[in-house]
Design a protein around this ligand. Structure first.
Ligand code: CP3
Length: 343
């Protein structure tokens, strides 16, 4: 049955053309049916912790577009939330948390971690039953650094200055924080795989703001720890690393973390992407703004990726999440172009 799952096959190193496709944040506000379910759920977190509704919104883009993979509907910040940190999502502002202090790091509560996350495991189990057999199911977590940036600042920032300062001022606290998040995240991914996920993705959305030494200490080392732990239990399950803004450090990142697939953001030049693909499967990397713009900006972006990366293992995706203003008809246009491609 797994043989039919094209995304999984590519993650394991096969080449398929046209490439299979899914989109980061494919369940979200650009879909009217998502906005409807979201209203019914109450808050965004209520939606994340309600298996019935989380399954529903995960399936919505699969029904509408028949994407080749579904991604579990949840959020990266349920991990610190399950460790007892407070969390809420405010309309127009995003996530809000109480900033963690160095003294709080040793007090993170792991006792009820898996109990708190049991609705997520339930969602994964139900999804595997309800998804078409050929649809790959992707689980995920945030990379420790990216999760830590929200825990430290208490909200999103554009440069992650609070988290960078925290690390320079108190390297021991930072190390402890990242290690704790890494251990919990590895267990979290293992349970998602136990529940039916075919592959898992580690989102490091803020790795691009770090200097060389910090990149090694905050991005590479914790992700390597997660990969080691996950692979020790589930050696055959692909792990996708997405160090957004990783630039010239992608090669090193793959080698040192042991991730099996590289998720590429849209700033990665296609010549570099092609070289990276010689070392293993890649996923990406259309600029989400091309999808918003549509027309020839979209078509030429799609064609360039297919031309540069179509002859190797490629899962077509955006270079970051789809944004709420994306017209649904542009998604349809992109799918037609990718699926109708020939060479
Ligand atoms: O991809 C999917 O369809 C699965 C669901 C998913 C969500 N968040 C749902 C979501 C995934 C994989 C994430 C990951 C996530 N969450 C990341 C890493 C990837 C990235 O986008 O950089 C980060 C940094 C977060 C934290 C987060 N969650 C922020 C900063 C925000 C606010 C920004 C925004 O888009 O509103 C969220 C909220 C969020 N997570 C929404 C969704 C669908 C929108 C909230 C809503 O519906 O009201």
């Amino acid at each position: 049955m797994n043989d039919e799952r094209k995304v999984l096959q590519v993650f394991k190193g096969e080449t398929r053309f046209p490439p299979p496709i899914w989109l980061m944040r494919q369940a979200g506000r650009y879909l009217p049916e998502y906005r409807e379910t979201r209203k019914r759920a109450g808050s965004f977190l209520d939606l994340c912790y309600n298996p019935e509704l989380a399954v529903e919104v995960t399936l919505q883009p699969i029904r509408r577009f028949a994407f080749d993979a579904a991604i579990l509907f949840s959020d990266i910040l349920v991990v610190p939330h399950a460790m007892g940190r407070d969390l809420r999502f405010e309309e127009g502002r995003g996530p809000i948390m109480s900033p963690i202090s160095p003294a709080d790091v040793g007090r993170l509560d792991r006792e009820r971690f898996h109990v708190n996350l049991s609705p997520v495991y339930e969602t994964v189990r139900e999804l595997r039953q309800k998804l078409p057999a050929e649809t790959t199911l992707i689980g995920f977590c945030g990379a420790p650094w990216t999760v830590a940036t929200y825990m430290i600042a208490g909200h999103g920032t554009t440069d992650q200055a609070p988290a960078r300062l925290f690390g320079y001022r108190d390297p021991e606290a930072m190390k402890g924080l990242l290690e704790t998040i890494a251990e919990c995240s590895a267990e979290y991914l293992i349970r998602q795989i136990d529940s039916g996920a075919d592959a898992v993705q580690i989102f490091d959305s803020w790795s691009g703001v770090l200097d060389e030494a910090s990149f090694d200490a905050y991005c590479v080392a914790p992700v390597a720890a997660i990969v080691r732990k996950v692979k020790s239990v589930h050696p055959g399950v692909p792990v996708i690393g997405f160090p957004k803004g990783g630039g010239s450090r992608f090669d090193d990142y793959r080698e040192k973390t042991g991730v099996s697939v590289l998720g590429l953001d849209w700033t990665v030049p296609l010549s570099q992407a092609r070289r990276l693909q010689e070392g293993g499967p890649v996923q990406g990397n259309l600029d989400p703004m091309r999808l918003v713009a549509g027309g020839s900006a979209l078509d030429s972006g799609v064609d360039s990726i297919l031309e540069a990366l179509g002859e190797g293992p490629l899962v077509f995706n955006l270079g970051h999440g789809i944004t709420p203003e994306t017209p649904v008809e542009n998604v349809e246009r992109m799918l037609k172009r990718v699926r109708g491609a020939w060479r």
